[in-house]
Design a protein. Structure first.
Length: 469
């Protein structure tokens, strides 16, 4: 509509000028070199317009002829660039489809047509990876480090290769270089945190973990669990360095962060007991017992009340049971204390109830011990042990990544090195427990005092290999 109005306005202006010229006729005379040319003013204007139009046409024709070589070269470069991007696109599609041959072919073609190394080097590196040529891929990724615009992509490629090769030392160095370029990249923060944790750099991992949670790479609930594990590992590290105060403060912080985290509660209680704070140690265990009754807590509580006589220990374990009265672990804890105090009837009552709630190897083994201690009935004891051998495996500290079973909790799996992967659960396959001697010292924290008189139970309450005593 607007264009139509403007067109009408222009036509009106031209008509108005024509009418004005018609109403005001005149003659134009030109005297030049003895020649006199006379014409009407309207004709003169038409001749001038025609001459101007001819001049414009001649100027454009001359410009087109003179600029033809340059325009042809520009056209060729444009076509070359278009073909290069087509090859690059086909190469990327081939990478996504896993077609290594086509990807390598398109990478070479794009490299020859385009003068943009950042794009072609990335495609060439990915094509080399598809063909299994890690050496060539590494060369491309390394070359990308020389350009600021591709340095991060090169570091990511090299980091991926290092992780694939299992070279965590180099991977950690590359991850830190990459973070200096892109400090808030979620996937990078998650990878860096995991590498620092697997390397035992607990303090650095704790800082990176906080950044990863803020960036959304790790959800807050998992972040709290990971941080509690890191604090607990820092507690072990501080103890090895002779810093008992820091060891206790880190363990207490882990327990405060997750009150139901059994390793933190057991660790904090033992450290509190070491400095004479037995009441605080008992409260720490009781607080965790309300949330998560566990054999490791039973072991720690036995240490806390070890200075009392057997009858008093039974009463204290009854008090502990009141925090989770309907849990099997509460029944087993009191039964163990009653056995030590030679309260055979009470021990049998708790074990019978535990057997009704959840039959397990530990229950059968304790019943066998009761038969031997109370009645010296070896035949009955062997019958209970036979049932224990056929019973399902008891829960143990099991790695969720590789399913290896550990005799005690640790921040790192002694088999695969995964961080914060040990869970208290029944192993899904039969595997031998890792011995304390075979696990790395930095990731193994054994309970120094075993649960005496409990066959088949390793230090800290974990189930020992079948047939162990």
């Amino acid at each position: 509509m607007t264009r139509a109005i403007w067109f009408i306005i222009k036509v009106a202006i031209v008509v108005a000028i024509a009418v004005w010229l018609a109403n005001h006729p005149g003659t134009l005379a030109i005297n030049w070199q003895g020649y006199v040319v006379e014409t009407g003013i309207g004709i003169a204007i038409l001749i001038g317009v025609a001459a101007l139009a001819a001049g414009i046409v001649l100027y454009r024709l001359a410009r087109a002829i003179l600029g033809a070589p340059r325009n042809y070269g520009r056209y060729r470069r444009s076509r070359r660039r278009e073909r290069g991007y087509q090859a690059l696109t086909r190469g990327m599609v081939a990478v996504a489809a896993g077609d290594a041959t086509t990807a390598r072919k398109m990478a070479r073609k794009a490299d020859g047509l385009l003068n943009e190394p950042p794009l072609t080097m990335l495609l060439s590196a990915q094509a080399a990876q598809l063909q299994g040529d890690d050496r060539a891929a590494k060369e491309y990724f390394t070359a990308m480090l020389d350009r600021p615009e591709t340095a991060f992509l090169g570091l990511r490629g090299l980091l991926t290769q290092s992780l694939k090769a299992g070279d965590r030392v180099e991977a950690l160095q590359l991850a830190r270089r990459a973070q200096s370029l892109q400090p808030n990249t979620p996937w990078l923060l998650g990878t860096l945190y995991d590498l620092e944790a697997r390397s035992g750099e607990w303090a650095a991992a704790e800082g990176t973990l906080q950044q990863a949670v803020q960036a959304g790479a790790i959800n807050p609930d998992d972040g709290r669990r990971h941080r509690a594990t890191l604090l607990l590992e820092r507690s072990f590290e501080a103890e090895r360095r002779g810093r008992s105060d820091s060891a206790l403060s880190h363990a207490q912080a882990a327990h405060d962060l997750l009150s139901g985290f059994v390793p933190a509660a057991a660790r904090a209680a033992r450290l509190q007991m070491a400095i004479g704070k037995h009441k605080n140690a008992a409260k720490t265990i009781e607080r965790c017992w309300r949330v998560n009754p566990h054999p490791d807590l039973t072991s720690a509580y036995r240490e806390v009340v070890s200075s009392y006589d057997p009858m008093t220990r039974v009463k204290l374990f009854e008090k502990l049971r009141n925090h989770a009265p309907n849990d099997v672990e509460s029944l087993l804890a009191v039964a163990r204390a009653a056995l030590d105090a030679q309260l055979w009837g009470e021990a049998r009552a708790h074990l019978t109830k535990a057997l009704e709630m959840r039959p397990s190897r530990r229950v059968f083994q304790l019943l066998a011990e009761l038969e031997r201690a109370e009645r010296q009935d070896e035949e009955a004891a062997r019958a209970w042990l036979a049932q224990a051998a056929n019973a399902p495996a008891d829960a143990a500290w099991t790695c969720s990544a590789c399913n290896a079973v550990s005799p005690s909790w640790g921040g790192l799996c002694g088999h695969c090195g995964a961080f914060d992967s040990l869970e208290w659960k029944t192993p899904t396959v039969s595997m031998s427990l890792m011995s304390p001697e075979s696990a790395p010292a930095a990731i193994t924290h054994q309970v120094t005092e075993p649960v005496t008189g409990q066959p088949g139970v390793a230090p800290g309450g974990q189930i020992a290999p079948q047939g162990a005593t």
